[in-house]
Ligand binder design. Structure first.
Ligand code: HEM
Length: 76
């Protein structure tokens, strides 16, 4: 992973901010489980597990709060 994978928390609009929140969440998973094959094997399981999907939504929502605050909620 490049040292510049997160150059800024500033995004053009809320939608791009939400995409960044997803990216932050996915990078956390990648850093905690760096093995590509292991993640690929586990993917099918969580994709059909509604509790896992709700948990994922929660993680993304938490990261979105951070990104939104960093962007002053895109008010300006
Ligand atoms: C695919 C998000 C956790 C493994 C995806 C995709 C998204 C996503 C949006 C679809 C990508 C696309 O089709 O363009 C997340 C988020 C997570 C999470 C937000 C946690 C908060 C995990 C975990 C694993 C995993 C725990 C396995 C340990 C994968 C794999 C794919 C995938 C292998 C398919 C290949 C890829 O598109 O990179 N994930 N995921 N993810 N996820 Fe996750």
């Amino acid at each position: 992973m490049s040292a510049t994978w997160l150059p800024s928390l500033i995004t053009a609009d809320p939608e791009a901010g939400f995409d960044l929140a997803i990216k932050l969440s996915r990078v956390a998973v990648k850093k905690t489980q760096p093995d590509d094959e292991t993640r690929a094997r586990l993917r099918a399981g969580y994709a059909e597990d509604f509790d896992a999907l709700i948990s994922i939504s929660h993680v993304v929502a938490t990261n979105f709060q951070t990104v939104a605050a960093a962007n002053d909620y895109w008010r300006t």
